[in-house]
Design a protein around this ligand. Sequence first.
Ligand code: ATP
Length: 308
Amino acid sequence: MPPIVSVQNLDKTYDSGFTALRDVSLNIEEGEILALLGPNGAGKTTMISIICGITSKTGGTVTAGGFDIDQDFRSAREMIGLVPQEIAIDPFEKVLRAVRFSRGLHGCPPDEAYLEKLLRSLSLWDKRDTKIIELSGGMKRRVLIAKALSHQPRILFLDEPTAGVDVELRKDMWDVVRRLKEDGVTIILTTHYIEEAEAIADRVGVINKGQILLVEAKTHLMERLGRKQMEIYLQHPLQTVPDALSKYDLELGEDGETLIYTYDTQAERTGITTLLSDLSNAGVKLSDIQTRKSTLEEIFVDLVREQA
Ligand SMILES: Nc1ncnc2c1ncn2[C@@H]1O[C@H](COP(=O)(O)OP(=O)(O)OP(=O)(O)O)[C@@H](O)[C@H]1O
């Protein structure tokens, strides 16, 4: 299947002379949730704005649903819904009217049945005649999503959908995003929250200083770059790691009561069996063992640090 969004060799230099994107290429597959991770100023919003036709590019090509965003602007734009970072919404408008108005702005014929289905899927139907100002923060964000989906786009961009919201609301938003995916919408979200990508993304793209560092299936990324650590709790504290164990590069915990062994999950041999027997030969007695996988956060920090 051809990608639903294709970005090839995208460049963006602002009028100020600042280059925000440099030779960015990225394919987005239909039906996936792609999370774009990157520190402040990495270029995430710039990229989304270009794909959505809000900002002009200075080089490269972009297609949405097979339509070139320059040559077939209207058709490309119709494929896309955008929930921007900055919230611009009439607070005194009622929910259903606001969503209906957005649909009209896109030049779509009225379809009350679709709007009802949309509002129901976002648990907003009961609030359809409520003024937006009277809604909770979470509900307001849902109204933004409903507006962005009012013209039945196949692709939804969410720019920092949970910036500044509490943990409960964030989880609520994740459920909304998962349900949209089940309805067949392709979702691209930008986020600073790595646990957000970890929780809902199928693939993760890491962007830093205007360049894509990688785009990869989340599970694959965590397996490929992830490391595992084994914490070995000792019956008797050690002052130093015994020489006989030097080849394992063990870290001694501050209290001397734990040894930490880091190993590569991809390696043919983890070395655990020989380590345990060498520990026993060195007279080190264990009380417990625990293993821990590195989180996406640790992987991300390593990646961005490497590029610094
Ligand atoms: N209109 C503009 N003129 C000049 N530079 C700009 C303009 N808009 C953005 N930039 C710069 O381009 C870079 C990328 O900004 P962008 O908003 O795309 O980053 P981001 O990854 O979305 O960051 P954040 O997570 O903080 O929103 C930043 O250094 C920003 O200052």
